[in-house]
Ligand binder design. Structure first.
Ligand code: GAR
Length: 216
């Protein structure tokens, strides 16, 4: 059984999607601990409801940002965590955690990377006027949303979309692809070669997506 550690700063709906996939038997894994940098995070309630340990680590309690991540890595290791999931963790992860878990930290981002990295990916996409956006699950490296891409999913964008309407459409897909990426990892089907993540048994989907659809 794959042992997970989840890092979240807020609402935690992606954390919930992981918990639900485990509960429904779609994902053979267990969450050892939720770590948060925010004592008000709703993710804490979700952890409690699922019987998962919730641990608040105050970033202000450390003399350097690296030390904060040294501590997080220690807590994860002490619980036997094998894969770390960032689920709305609103900080840039630093080297001590990445070195403790090389290619073992995943993130979900609400845009089709490398477009619109950083904060408010949905607002960036809506403002830019792209016709298609989506979400990305990727391994985390030292950059901001720059690590190897595991899964992406696309949604159409309408000119009248707001940050909120687009975020809602994207979030529904986030909740599908994050558990799926973790499942592929748990099944040992992901192999990282440079920037590319090879997925064992992957079939290229047929057809093309055009937005707006072509008229006949
Ligand atoms: C999600 O939309 C996630 O993709 C995004 O924050 C939201 C967290 O929601 N993450 C980032 O923007 C990371 N750069 P959640 O707390 O309900 O999972």
């Amino acid at each position: 059984m794959l042992k997970l550690g989840v890092l979240a700063s807020g609402r935690g709906s992606n954390f919930q999607a992981i918990l639900d996939a485990i509960r429904d038997g779609r994902l053979k894994a267990q969450v050892q601990v939720l770590i948060t940098d925010n004592p008000q995070a709703y993710a804490i309630q979700r952890a409690r409801a699922a019987g998962v340990e919730a641990l608040f680590i105050d970033p202000k309690g450390f003399s350097s940002r690296d030390d904060f991540y040294v501590r997080i890595a220690e807590e994860l290791r002490a619980r036997g965590v094998e894969l770390v999931l960032l689920a709305g963790f609103m900080r840039i992860v630093r080297r001590p955690l990445l070195e403790a878990f090389p290619m073992r930290v995943m993130n979900i981002h609400p845009a089709l990377l490398p477009s619109f990295p950083g904060l408010h990916g949905q607002a960036q996409a809506a403002q830019y006027g792209v016709k298609i956006s989506g979400c990305t699950v990727h391994f985390v490296d030292e950059g901001v949303d720059t690590g190897p891409v595991i899964i992406q999913a696309a949604v159409p964008v309408a000119p009248q979309d707001t940050e909120e309407s687009l975020a809602e459409r994207i979030l529904a897909l986030e909740h599908k692809i994050y558990p799926e990426a973790v499942r592929l990892f748990a099944e040992g089907r992901l192999r990282v070669e440079g920037r590319r993540v090879l997925i064992e048994g992957y079939q290229l989907p047929q057809g093309v997506l055009v937005n707006p659809p072509l008229t006949a």
